[in-house]
Design a protein around this ligand. Sequence first.
Ligand SMILES: Nc1nc2c(ncn2[C@@H]2O[C@H](COP(=O)(O)OP(=O)(O)OP(=O)(O)O)[C@@H](O)[C@H]2O)c(=O)[nH]1
Ligand SMILES: [Mg+2]
Ligand SMILES: [Zn+2]
Length: 377
Amino acid sequence: MAKKKIRVELRKNRTKPPRDRNWTQKFQDPTAEDDSTAAERVRAKGDLSRYRTIVQDEGATADGDSPTEGMPAADAADTRPGRVIRVHGLQSVVEAADGTLHRCAVRPLLKSLATDERSIVTTGHRVWLRDAGNGEGMIERVEPRRGVLTRASRRREHVLVANVDQLVIVMSLVEPDLKPHLIDRYLATAQTGDLAPILCLNKADLVEHANLQPLIGFYSQLGIPTLLTSAKTGEGIDRLRELLQDRATVFSGQSGVGKSSLLNAIQPGLSLKVSTVSEVNQKGRHTTTTAELIRLESGGWVVDTPGVRQLQLWDVIPEEVEGFFAEFRPFVALCAFPDCTHTHEERCAVKNAVARRWIAESRYTSYLGLFAGEAAS
Ligand SMILES: Nc1nc2c(ncn2[C@@H]2O[C@H](COP(=O)(O)OP(=O)(O)OP(=O)(O)O)[C@@H](O)[C@H]2O)c(=O)[nH]1
Ligand SMILES: [Mg+2]
Ligand SMILES: [Zn+2]
């Protein structure tokens, strides 16, 4: 949702807000309107003194009844915009527009708003902070987010990263082995979070390329940019760097697949910590421990994240799952029952298509797994 600044009466504030100024903001330049705030502050006499400039959601009423979660308006006179770079427990590191970093706590009122969510502030969030000096501050308001990587965690929504455009699904071809069902789960997650997916098959130096064409062809046909990369030899790195340029991207995948290594190859000098020990039989070592927003020299942002063990979809009902499998679409309408779930029904066109190999068996298995998983949760 776009944000706007409006003038509201200080005490009796039941009036409708003035017309929307259509103020949208890119996180690269979150200060776009700060000058006007400063200008208004020096005109503190007369009528104007009964007003203050606040920042709130479009469509919110002036008395602060935000249609989104009751997020309070921030007072633009003493807060400023910033972006969450990383979160350590209760503390978030926020980069203000001038590039300064602030260690911030979250205003207790905001925490109480997060009922379904595991935490109201995550890496990538755009926030308004009250500067307390000494590099410290308080997050007073969290902007509505768009483009999220989420998962379900103990029946709550765990937003791993907010405000990104695309998701690089990093899989290694070996060590650890490729997991097609995890790819499909990530593709569904990308769709629910409004992220453009990119599939990155890493550690290409360790396998014979000839065997990989069907796999690459399969995902490319689904319209997903699919790259073969090696952080070790540099294969595919230029293309990956190009895809990241001027976008906000999150890298996700299992631990040990090479997310941090790829980012180090994309931007030499980044020096992200990567595991040095041998991969074999070392499950879930988790070298990267916190999602961190990194500015790319070539333009854009990227978030390195810790490896995931499982990826349970958030806020998806079983009936929605078929929508994550684009190649099922032509068949769905041909099933005998209009509400066919393509699991046990007779005369199911999807199952028929799987039997005839028009739909890949592996994708159908992924469908069943997601369908059952979402039915259970
Ligand atoms: N041979 C080969 N090894 C790689 C490649 N990419 C990464 N590795 C190795 O794989 C191991 C894991 O790499 P990381 O970059 O730490 O993996 P990660 O995905 O960031 O892991 P977490 O931070 O734990 O989630 C390291 O020992 C890397 O040297 C590659 O393209 N080829
Ligand atoms: Mg890592
Ligand atoms: Zn069916």
